[in-house]
Design a protein around this ligand. Structure first.
Ligand code: G4P
Length: 532
């Protein structure tokens, strides 16, 4: 019974957005509501400075901070909320993709002036792969943004999901008056000076009420017209559509002005899913199961250069985790025990005695964990859903100090375990190609290899358009392909075959001439095939 109760109390989610849409500001406002921070600005000051000025030293500084913000736990209205942090910088998008495997739902922030941006589309694509429920928050309504109907249309088209506004804005920019909550039929009036909890909620169940004219004056007829239109277009809100990832409820507000945030949070705790189970290579694991299971989705190595230890973050999927309990590390087939598992409650870190599904715990270890590792009480399982995606940029790793080749091998290996980059080994050659999402990552890797491992590395650009995981039903055909294309066939960290296509044209050509080979865009594939 205890497990059920604990499950019912928890919500584990992430906030995602294109950089600058307001993710940090919204995070901060939610933490203020949860009492996890006391002053505005506490989260913001931790943020990496904007792209023009951010360099790898910033990233290094950020790495230390990231450990403490990897998961922010707070209580709100008898609910235990685990908010998982995602990096704001687009060069580290892959880290965000992995974090999304550890949450049960997301809040997607969109800038009302800019609409749906490229990073938002990519992140939404990852959510769709796992049918993650999404709530959309259209932010910056205090600015002269786009028409709300246009924004809703754009969300539906570009994000490829049905949307349903649960609140609707009254005017915008300097004329922004507030929002009408279509769900509980109330009016929330906006005043830019008030940075406090919104108390000015007025119930107006019938929009023909003259009180509406008193409150919003000239904007009343337009709201009536908009509400009529919305009623015609959108049916009643179907929470199951949201929970199955087919329908995204939409809220309008302004994170900076703390407007619409409480409403968002109140709805979130009401409708967001409790911790969900996960698929493994053998069976589906349900959160209510008595026995503990979990997986590693984030690893930080060498935070303290004096101690070569790592911190692995584990999302608990089922059962109860206990301090000092024997845990089975499925990949290494090894029993382990943790004396000081920790969690962050509010802003303080503490050793925990127990944890439940939906929780994220930090474990210290000396190099045994890789992203994607599964932990159980003995059962052999491997959680699915932590795929690698094709990196965007590829460079060859060159050793500049032959005396330090061992250090370089170890360093690059460990950084890859941490998920900083992807490493591809040439199948029949010596080349090592490192793939990343953004150029900044190459600087970070070079810097870390030198500082943490004493290895001098250089990166030389290579013509690689995309990495594609290859399979074939006929083993012989795959062997032939691997031999003929030996210059371009590599293996990844799990020894899966990967074709590094030199160009888009070549990829098309190779696909046409080798129809028996299947090319996949991610390292985990059930249904997905590449479209080029
Ligand atoms: P991010 O994490 O998604 O990258 O975005 P972040 O919260 O850092 O917000 C980006 C900028 O947008 C910040 O301005 C922030 O203050 C502003 N912002 C966030 N919400 C709103 C809103 O509702 N209305 C308006 N008008 N602006 C908003 P900045 O100038 O970069 O930083 P700061 O000087 O305000 O700290």
């Amino acid at each position: 019974m205890k497990l059920q109760e604990e499950l019912g109390k928890r919500r584990t989610f992430a906030i995602i957005s294109h950089p600058d849409a307001g993710k940090t500001t919204l995070t901060e406002k939610l933490l203020l509501y949860g009492g996890a921070i006391q002053v505005a600005g506490a989260v913001k000051s931790n943020k990496i400075r904007k792209s023009a000025t951010s360099d790898f030293m910033d990233i290094e500084r950020q790495r230390g901070i990231s450990v403490t913000t990897a998961v922010m736990t707070f209580e709100y209205s008898n609910t235990l909320i685990n908010l998982l942090d995602t990096p704001g910088h687009k060069d580290f998008a892959e880290d965000t993709y992995r974090t999304l495997t550890a949450v049960d739902s997301v809040i997607l922030v969109i800038d009302s002036v800019k609409g749906v941006e490229i990073q938002t589309e990519k992140l939404m694509g990852v959510c769709r792969m796992r049918n993650t429920p999404v709530i959309i928050f259209i932010n910056k309504m205090d600015l002269e943004g786009r028409d709300p109907f246009d924004l809703l249309d754009e969300c539906e088209k570009k994000l490829n999901i049905k949307v349903q506004p649960l609140s609707f804005p009254i005017n915008k920019g300097s004329e922004f008056k507030g929002v009408y909550n279509l769900y509980d039929k109330s009016l929330q009036l906006f005043s830019p000076e008030k940075q406090t909890v919104e108390k000015d909620r007025v119930e107006i169940s019938d929009l023909s009420d003259s009180l509406l004219d008193e409150l919003i004056d000239r904007d009343a007829p337009k709201l009536r017209e908009d509400a009529d239109l919305l009623h015609g277009v959108y049916p009643d809100f179907d929470v199951n559509g949201y929970l199955s990832g087919e329908l995204a409820p939409v809220f309008f507000g302004s994170a900076r002005n703390n407007f619409g945030v409480k409403e968002l949070l109140d709805t979130f705790i009401r409708i967001a899913p409790t911790p969900r189970g996960r698929e493994t290579d053998r069976r589906f694991v349900h959160p209510e199961e008595e026995k503990f299971t979990g997986f590693v989705f984030k690893v930080f190595a060498n935070i303290d250069p004096k101690h070569r230890n790592r911190i692995a973050f584990v999302r608990i999927v089922s059962g109860k985790f206990e301090r000092n309990q024997y845990i089975w590390h499925c990949r290494l087939k090894k029993e382990m025990k943790f004396a000081a598992p920790f969690a962050f409650m509010g802003s303080s870190k503490s050793v925990i005695e127990e944890a439940y599904p939906g929780d994220v715990i930090g474990l210290y270890d000396t190099g045994t964990f890789k992203i994607g590792d599964t932990l159980t009480e003995g059962e052999e399982l491997q959680f699915r859903g932590i795929p690698s995606f094709s990196p965007e940029l590829f460079k060859e790793l060159i050793n500049r100090d032959p005396m330090k080749s061992k250090q370089l091998d170890k360093g690059i290996q460990q950084l890859t375990d941490e998920g900083v980059a992807q490493l591809f080994y040439q199948n029949e050659g010596k080349k090592k190609i490192v793939g990343v999402v953004g150029d900044l990552q190459f600087d970070v890797i070079r810097h870390r290899l030198l500082n943490e491992y004493g290895a001098a590395a250089e990166f030389v650009p290579r013509d690689v358009y995309k990495a594609l995981w290859i399979t074939a039903e006929d083993k012989k055909k795959l062997e032939d392909f691997t031999r003929f294309k030996s210059q371009n066939v590599y293996t990844d960290k799990d020894e899966h075959l990967v074709y590094l296509a030199p160009s888009e044209w070549m990829l098309r050509n190779v696909k046409e001439t080798n129809p028996e080979i299947t090319f996949h865009t991610t390292s985990e594939f059930k249904t997905e095939k590449v479209e080029v």
